[in-house]
Design a protein around this ligand. Structure first.
Ligand SMILES: Cc1cc2nc3c(=O)[nH]c(=O)nc-3n(C[C@H](O)[C@H](O)[C@H](O)COP(=O)(O)OP(=O)(O)OC[C@H]3O[C@@H](n4cnc5c(N)ncnc54)[C@H](O)[C@@H]3O)c2cc1C
Length: 483
C-alpha cells in the first residue's frame, strides 16, 4: 500500500474517550495514519491525577464502576489489573447531611434502586410518615405513558417526596451534579423505569430479584468492589494508553477550529488554530457537545443546534490535607453527601484517606470537597482562596477542624458535566441521524449515552470500530494530505 493510499483518521480530544478510540484503532489496524489532537498541554481530559509527597490527588474522577464492563476490561487489557483497588473494605458507610447533622446512608441502594428495604425502614433519615409513603410504593400502579419523566418526578411518584429529597437527590447529584427536576429518567437511570414496567414497581422488582435462584458459577469469578481505582490514580490508565500510541501523531496544545467537507471529494478538512489544515478520510470528535457544535457548525446546522441543547454544569473540587492530630473526629466513612435542600455550597465531601487509604501517607487526612452543581455555578467566579475558605468553613462546621490545611489543591471544572435533561435520548438520536448523513464523521464521549469512565471508553471504542469499517469500505480522500 503506498503512502497516498493509506487512510487517515483524526481524533479530536485526548480525554479518555479519544484515547480509547485511538487505542482501538491502533489495535485493529496499523495501516491507518492516525492523528490525535488535544488542545490542552496534556492528555487525559477530565482525568487529572496529581501526585505529591506520597499523596494521590484526583482533580476530576476518582474511581469507576466495576460492573460496567469497559472500565475493568480496558484495565485488564492494559496490564493494570494488579494495580486496581476497590474502596476500603474496613469502612463501608457513607453519610448524608440533614439539618447540619450527618446520618448514615442506608445500605442496599445499588444504582438508586433500593435492593433492601429493611435498612431504609430502620434509618432515622426518613420520618415515620415518609416510611409509610415509601411502603405504599407496592400498591402504586405503573405509569402507562411513554413520555420521558424527570428523575425527581419518578422517585417522588413512587417512593414519596421525602425519600427523593433526603436520599435519592444527593446520591444522584454526586454523579451528575445535576437538578433531578430536569434530568431525564430514561437517559440517566433507565433501570428504574424498567423495574416499574417489568414488575409493576420497585418493591416488586426487588422481591422478584430476591426470589430468583443464584446461578451456580462453574468457576468462582473474582468479585470486585463496586468502585475501582488505580494505585497511583486514574491517570495510570491514560498514561498507559498514551505510552502505547508511539506510532500515532499526537499533537498537544493544538486546537481544532472547524471540520469541513472537501468540495467534490470524500473526506474532511480539519482546520487547526495557527497551523495548516489536515485532510482526512474520517474524523472522530471526542470533544464536549458545545465544542463539537462549533466544529461542525458549517457542516450541519441541525446537528450543531441539537448539540448546543445539551447543557453542562460547572463545578470545582478542592482537596485539603491535615495531620490526623488536627482532625477532632474519626473519619469513619467514605464521606458525606449533601441534599440540595440543605442549601450549602458543598455538594459532597469525600474522606479520601478513608475511602482509598493508599492515597495518603499514614497519619494524614486527605479530604476532597465537591463544590457547585447545576444552577449554582457562580462558584467558578470565586478565587482559589475563597474556594478554600468555603471548604474550611464547611469542615469547621461539620468536623470541627479549625487549623488551616497543610496542603490544598483546587481544580476548576467549567462546563464539565453534561446534563442529560428531559428529551436527551431524542436529542442524541437526532444527533446520531445527522452523523449518519455525514459519512466518515463520528461523535463520541460523555455527552451522549453515559458520562462514567467505562461509558466513555465504550463510546470511544465503538466509534473507532465504525471509523475503521468506514475507511475500509470507502475511497481515500483525494486532496493531498497537507500535514
Ligand atoms: C469533577 C468530576 C468528577 C467526576 N467523577 C467521576 C467519577 O468518579 N467516576 C466516573 O466514572 N466519572 C466521573 N466524572 C465524569 C468523567 O470524568 C467524564 O465524563 C469523562 O472523563 C469524560 O471523558 P471525555 O474524553 O468524553 O471528555 P473530556 O475528558 O472532556 O475530553 C475532551 C478533550 O477534548 C479536548 N478539546 C476540547 N476542545 C478541543 C478542540 N477544539 N481541539 C482539540 N481538543 C479539544 C479537551 O481539552 C479534553 O481533553 C467526573 C467528572 C468531573 C468533571
Amino acid at each position: 500500500m503506498t503512502l497516498q493510499q493509506r487512510k487517515r483518521v483524526v481524533i479530536v480530544g485526548g480525554g479518555i474517550t479519544g484515547l480509547a478510540a485511538a487505542r482501538q484503532l491502533r489495535q485493529h489496524n496499523a495501516d491507518v495514519d492516525l492523528t490525535l489532537i488535544e488542545s490542552a498541554d496534556e492528555l487525559g481530559g477530565k482525568i487529572r491525577t496529581q501526585r505529591a509527597d506520597g499523596f494521590v490527588i484526583e482533580g476530576g474522577p476518582d474511581s469507576f464502576l466495576s460492573y460496567k464492563p469497559r472500565g475493568l476490561g480496558l484495565c485488564r487489557e492494559l496490564g493494570l489489573e494488579s494495580r486496581l483497588h476497590g474502596t476500603s473494605g474496613k469502612v463501608r458507610r457513607t453519610y448524608i447531611m440533614r439539618g447540619r447533622k450527618l446520618h448514615q446512608l442506608p445500605e442496599g441502594l445499588t444504582g438508586l434502586i433500593p435492593s433492601r428495604f429493611g435498612p431504609m425502614l430502620k434509618n432515622p433519615l426518613i420520618s415515620p410518615f415518609g416510611k409509610l409513603r415509601m411502603g405504599l410504593e407496592y400498591l402504586i400502579p405503573p405509569r402507562m405513558t411513554d413520555e420521558d419523566e424527570s428523575l425527581q418526578s419518578f422517585v417522588s411518584r413512587r417512593l414519596g417526596r421525602e425519600v427523593y429529597e433526603r436520599m435519592i437527590e444527593p446520591l444522584m447529584s454526586g454523579i451528575y451534579a445535576g437538578d433531578g427536576a430536569q434530568l431525564s429518567l430514561a437517559a440517566t437511570f433507565p433501570n428504574l423505569r424498567k423495574a416499574e414496567l417489568d414488575y409493576g414497581g420497585l418493591i416488586k422488582s426487588m422481591l422478584a430479584a430476591r426470589s430468583k435462584p443464584t446461578p451456580k458459577a462453574t468457576q468462582p469469578a473474582k468479585r470486585w468492589p463496586a468502585f475501582l481505582t488505580l494505585q497511583s490514580g486514574l491517570a495510570e490508565i491514560t498514561e498507559k494508553i498514551a505510552a502505547e500510541l508511539n506510532d500515532v501523531d499526537v499533537r498537544l496544545c493544538t486546537r481544532v477550529t472547524s471540520v469541513k467537507r472537501i468540495p467534490w471529494q470524500t473526506g474532511y478538512e480539519v482546520a487547526i488554530a495557527g497551523d495548516n489544515p489536515v485532510t482526512v478520510d474520517a474524523v472522530i470528535l471526542a470533544t464536549p457537545a458545545f465544542v463539537t457544535a462549533e466544529l461542525i457548525g458549517s457542516l450541519d446546522a441541525q446537528a450543531a443546534a441539537a448539540l448546543r441543547q445539551i447543557p453542562y454544569a460547572s463545578t470545582a473540587t478542592v482537596s485539603v490535607v491535615y495531620p490526623l492530630s488536627q482532625v477532632p473526629v474519626p473519619l469513619d466513612a467514605h464521606g458525606y453527601i449533601v441534599p440540595r435542600s440543605e442549601g450549602r455550597p458543598v455538594l459532597a465531601c469525600t474522606w479520601t484517606s478513608t475511602k482509598f487509604p493508599h492515597r495518603a501517607p499514614e497519619g494524614f487526612a486527605l479530604i476532597r470537597a465537591f463544590i457547585g452543581r447545576a444552577g449554582q455555578e457562580d462558584v467558578l467566579n470565586r478565587t482559589d482562596d475563597e474556594l478554600i475558605q468555603m471548604v474550611r468553613d464547611e469542615l469547621r462546621s461539620v468536623l470541627g477542624i479549625t487549623a488551616p490545611p497543610q496542603m490544598h489543591y483546587v481544580f476548576r471544572w467549567p462546563m464539565a458535566m453534561p446534563q442529560y435533561t428531559l428529551g436527551h435520548l431524542e436529542r442524541v438520536s437526532a444527533i446520531e441521524s445527522c452523523s449518519e448523513a455525514l459519512p466518515g464523521l463520528f461523535f463520541a464521549g460523555a455527552a451522549y449515552r453515559g458520562i462514567g469512565i467505562p461509558d466513555c471508553i465504550a463510546s470511544g471504542e465503538k466509534t473507532a470500530t465504525q471509523a475503521l469499517a468506514y475507511t475500509q469500505t470507502h475511497p481515500t480522500a483525494q486532496a493531498e494530505h497537507t500535514a
